[in-house]
Design a binder for this molecule. Structure first.
Ligand code: IPE
Ligand code: IPE
Ligand code: MG
Length: 268
C-alpha cells in the first residue's frame, strides 16, 4: 500500500456535533416538515401573529443547518399553502414580504452552505418581485451539491396532482403518450418532486393531526411524527427527538418483515 492510499478513508465525514443517540446509517434521506403554530406561539406571548412568522424563520434556518450537518440529503418545508390565501390580506402580504426579505438576506449563506434550493408550487401566482428572487436563488444554487432544500410556496397537493394529470392528458391527446403506458413512475415524473426521493419522515409541529394538502402523493409511506411544540420553538432537541423516534419505527411498506429505516425508496 502506498503512503498516499493509506491516507485515504472511505468513511463519510460526520460533523463532530452528530448526536450519539442517532445511527448515522439509518437517518431519513428526506425530511418533510409542516411548520405549524407560528400564530399560536405569538398569541401565547401576547404578540401579533406576524412576530410568530418572523420567529419561525429562525427555527427554519436552524433546522436546515442541522439537517445539512447531520447528513440528511433533502429537506422539504411547507411555507404557504394554496389555502393560506384565505387568511386576512394583511397576514398574506406580511408573509410575501417576509419571504422576499429572507430570501434576499439568506442567499449568500445558502450558497456558502452549498444548499440547493428549489421552490414547489404555483409560483406564477406569487408577487413578481418574489418570483424574480426565487428564480435567482434557484439558478445560483442549482449546481450546489449539499442538502436539497425544497420550499413549498403556494403549494397544494391536490393542485399538483391535477396539474400532473392535465400534462399527461395533453401529451396523450397530442399522440405523444400512450395512456396505457401511464404508470406510477410516469405519473410521478410530472410532479414538482420529480427526481427527489419520497420523504421518509414527515414532521408536523403544533399538535395538529392532519396533512393539510401537503405532498399527498409523496407521503404515501412516510413515517409521521407529530409534536406539540410550536414551530418557532422547534430546536435541535426537537429534531433529535423526531429522529430518535423515526429510528425506532418498524417500516414494513405493506410487507410483513421489519425493513430498516435505511430503505431507499425508488427515485422518480
Ligand atoms: C404556520 O403557522 C405558518 C403558515 C401557515 C404560513 P400558522 O400561521 O398556521 O400558525 P397557527 O396554526 O395559526 O398557530
Ligand atoms: C399548513 O398549516 C400550511 C403551512 C404550514 C404552510 P395551516 O395552519 O395552514 O393548516 P390548517 O389550516 O391548520 O390545516
Ligand atoms: Mg396553522
Amino acid at each position: 500500500m502506498t503512503e498516499a492510499s493509506s491516507l485515504t478513508s472511505d468513511k463519510k465525514y460526520i460533523a463532530s456535533s452528530f448526536p450519539k443517540e442517532l445511527d448515522p446509517l439509518r437517518l431519513p434521506k428526506h425530511i418533510a416538515v409542516i411548520m405549524d403554530g407560528n400564530g399560536r406561539w405569538a398569541k401565547r406571548k401576547g404578540l401579533p401573529r406576524a412576530m410568530g412568522h418572523t420567529a419561525g424563520v429562525d427555527a427554519l434556518k436552524k433546522t436546515l443547518r442541522l439537517c445539512s450537518d447531520w447528513g440528511v440529503s433533502a429537506l422539504t418545508v411547507y411555507a404557504f399553502s394554496t389555502e393560506n390565501w384565505s387568511r386576512p390580506g394583511e397576514e398574506v402580504s406580511f408573509l410575501m414580504t417576509l419571504f422576499k426579505r429572507v430570501l434576499k438576506r439568506e442567499l449568500e449563506s445558502l450558497k456558502l452552505q452549498k444548499v440547493r434550493i428549489s421552490f414547489l408550487g404555483d409560483l406564477e401566482k406569487l408577487p413578481k418581485e418574489l418570483q424574480a428572487l426565487i428564480s435567482e436563488a434557484t439558478d445560483l444554487t442549482s449546481k450546489n451539491e449539499g442538502i436539497h432544500f425544497n420550499v413549498c410556496t403556494n403549494y397544494g397537493g391536490r393542485r399538483e396532482l391535477v396539474k400532473a394529470a392535465q400534462k399527461l392528458a395533453i401529451r396523450s391527446s397530442k399522440g405523444e403518450l400512450d395512456p396505457a403506458l401511464i404508470n406510477e413512475n410516469v405519473f410521478a415524473a410530472e410532479l414538482s418532486t420529480a427526481n427527489v426521493v419520497d420523504p421518509d419522515l414527515l414532521i408536523r409541529t403544533s399538535g395538529e393531526r392532519r396533512i393539510s394538502n401537503f405532498l399527498l402523493w409523496q407521503l404515501a409511506y412516510a413515517e409521521i411524527y407529530i409534536t406539540e411544540t410550536l414551530w418557532p420553538d422547534f430546536d435541535e432537541n426537537s429534531l433529535l427527538c423526531a429522529l430518535v423516534d423515526f429510528q425506532s419505527r418498524s417500516r414494513r411498506f405493506g410487507g410483513l418483515n421489519q425493513i430498516s429505516t435505511d430503505h431507499s425508496s425508488k427515485r422518480f
